[in-house]
Write a protein that binds this ligand. Structure first.
Ligand SMILES: [Zn+2]
Ligand SMILES: [Zn+2]
Length: 287
């Protein structure tokens, strides 16, 4: 239920103030992705370059979130050189999900207060709240007390300061590649599919972890909270669907801990370790 706040211009929904800036930006991305991207495809068509770049940037930005934002800085599941960390956090920034500092603080609070009022994406409030509704509302509980190491990390703070140019570079990149390949219209095509369309897909794949993986699936490791294992969500989230295991063993660098579990994020971390670019991989759950 929504209503105007009699004290001012604030719009209140379920007792929380609507963030107008975030809502306008979110609506812009959703409208462009759902209406503009298919319309452009219908009238102009997309080229092999648009589709290829969309696929590459999807995995680059999704892995930036799962490996960089999630397993590296939120859970400290492994360590790596600063330049590798910076590359992962730039890739994660291209997903337009806030700076790593803000994302990590929210995520630390999700684990510490899961299913409670302080949980930023509390799944007990329903699918839409945990999927994306929580982003549109101002959170009175924002705190970094569960992840105090974030502000001491100079790469995290660097990424926080440069967050807006990083997001814009992720949208500019496909335009520049398309423009270099075939001029203005080619640039626009690449921007629509590999920029905005890709952004919409990555946002929703991350959202599914907070919504689907707290509502549907199995609970083989713990029934003390709503987290669920969902193998099919792993297919679209680079391995993050094994969410019940993750809540039980949150520092483990693997979410799908069995060798056959589809978890490209753990494979990337493991391969980085083989190259000497990652170390101290945590295996807090099963070996
Ligand atoms: Zn969770
Ligand atoms: Zn986590």
């Amino acid at each position: 239920m929504s209503q105007s706040n009699p004290a001012g211009r604030a719009i209140m929904i379920a007792g929380r103030e609507l963030s107008v800036t975030t809502t306008v930006l979110f609506a812009l991305v959703v409208l462009t992705a759902v209406v503009g991207v298919p319309a452009y495809g219908y009238f102009q068509g997309y080229t092999w370059l648009d589709w290829t770049l969309c696929l590459i940037l999807y995995f680059v930005s999704a892995l930036g979130i799962t490996v960089g934002y999630h397993r590296l800085i939120s859970h400290r599941s492994f360590q790596c050189p600063d330049w590798v960390k910076a590359a992962l956090l730039v890739a994660g920034g291209w997903a337009f999900e806030n700076s790593a500092l803000k994302w990590g603080a929210d995520h630390g609070r999700h684990h510490a207060r899961v299913d409670e009022e302080e949980d930023p994406y509390d799944a007990t409030k329903g699918f839409w709240h945990s999927h994306c509704g929580w982003i549109l509302l101002k959170d009175p509980h924002y705190t970094e007390k569960f992840t105090p190491w974030l502000r001491e990390d100079r790469v995290v703070m660097w990424q926080h300061r440069w967050y807006v140019p990083i997001v814009l570079s992720g949208l500019a990149l496909p335009f520049v590649v398309g423009f270099a390949y075939g001029g203005w219209m080619s640039g626009v095509g690449c921007f629509m599919l590999a920029g905005v369309g890709r952004l919409f897909l990555v946002l929703n794949s991350t959202f599914c972890i907070n919504s689907v993986c707290h509502l549907w699936g199995s609970q083989p490791y713990s029934q003390s909270n709503t987290s669920r294992d969902s193998w099919w969500v792993s297919l679209i989230t680079c391995g993050e669907g094994y969410h019940n295991y993750h809540h039980a063993f949150q520092r483990d660098y693997r979410n799908g801990h069995r060798w056959y579990n589809f978890d490209p994020s753990k494979w990337l971390i493991y391969n980085l370790s083989l190259l000497g670019l990652a170390g101290n991989l945590v295996r807090s759950g099963s070996r």
